[in-house]
Design a protein. Sequence first.
Length: 160
Amino acid sequence: MYASWRSNPMSDKAVGVGSMGPELALRVASDWGEMGRVNQAVSDFLEGCDLPPEAVDKYTMVACELVENGIKCGHFNNEKDSVSVRVWISGSTILVLVTNPVSNYTQTYLSELDRTIQWVRGFQAPFEAYIARLKAIYRKPLDDDKSGLGLVWITYEGQA
């Protein structure tokens, strides 16, 4: 059950205790300007759950990276389409769920996501994948703006 809602549908925020423990739910517009709000809301929620500062930073980063991917790879037809974010704690587990609208257009991104996940799994440790990705980025031309680092960073820094 959610404790409260904001009135603007693109900035809906709920904090409460669900059946699995403390929970945060957000709706995020497909606008990069929303990232500051996401960062603050997730950080405030995790701090409110008495997590250590290192965990707050780590899992706020995980949520923000996933939301960035949702904005970047989502298919938004109108201003009502949004990215949905849920963060909740169940026992000693922190769960982050980010969903965004998809279409046939987004199939390329989904295929790339699957390839990246499989590539990371090919390493014995996330740190090895992170270093390998950094080396690959170093070799890319400066005008190549796709690093593919976000998901690798999540597995290494976020231990996800």
